[in-house]
Design a protein around this ligand. Sequence first.
Ligand code: C2E
Ligand code: CA
Ligand code: CA
Ligand code: CA
Length: 280
Amino acid sequence: AKSGGKGRHRRYDTSLDDAAATDAQLGADLRRALGAGEFTLVYQPVVRLPEGAPVGAEALVRWRHPSRGTVPPDLFIGAAERTGLIVPLGEWILYEACRQAASWRDDDGAAGPWKVSVNMSARQLRETDIAHTVDEALRRSGLTADRLMIEVTETAVFDNETAVDALEKISKRGVSVALDDFGTGHSSLGLLRATPVDVLKVDKSFVDGILGNEEESIIATAMLHLAEGLKLGTIAEGVESATQAARLHTLGYRFAQGYHFARPLPGGEIGVRLRGGVPE
Ligand code: C2E
Ligand code: CA
Ligand code: CA
Ligand code: CA
């Protein structure tokens, strides 16, 4: 159609990872961007309830595009995954997060046992030797294994022997494993038994419902009890209000993440907070 070109162009601008036709174009742009150093990491604090003291931080990638400004990951992670670019990009993210986190280290040991969390995509887990990459990242950065947490989704691990084996190895090194967006993917209780998971990150969609809706509260409570029974930690995601934070605490949640506590911050700033340098 005559409007096809125009429509495609508009789609590329608004929803970068939409059509397959734009994937090749976007993939090339991502490859260029990686070489040009346009990616950067920000870190969202994970905090203890109810007071909000930071106990860790999740690394979240941003693309500082020369003409489009800062592009959020929802607009390019999908395309990076489909084009395979997620493999070198994901490796860069892991190295960079470990490198930055190593500089947050507190020499006098006064800081608590904080961790830096890094998201790992399905394709990275399926197609690369992620245990080796993690070893390399720790070795090069000097970060100790107990400071690192890897976040994977249920869907990425479900029915994926390679991923489970790799997580097993990583876990034996002392690196923690979190199941991200818990409750939204291929949830299977069998998966929890078969995978070396340490923490469930309860998805924002459940946190959103805890105030108004009785059923959502029941689910959020059941997830907590499940985690406790299996001796897993929990982090409630996407906490946006003081009321939600208080309710989560009442339900028994001890850790949370969300705009109510902090937006993602530059690495330098999070380092200072984790060392307790800046009282909030
Ligand atoms: P995610 O792993 O579930 O990360 C949490 C997302 O929720 C982040 O969005 C964060 O900024 C946002 N968020 C945190 N608190 C709140 C809140 O209170 N309210 C709302 N509405 N949102 C909140 P972000 O940074 O845009 O990342 C979106 C997704 O992109 C991530 O979801 C993750 O799936 C993916 N992603 C981000 N960084 C990476 C990465 O380095 N590697 C990979 N493989 N995926 C990444
Ligand atoms: Ca995550
Ligand atoms: Ca999540
Ligand atoms: Ca999410």
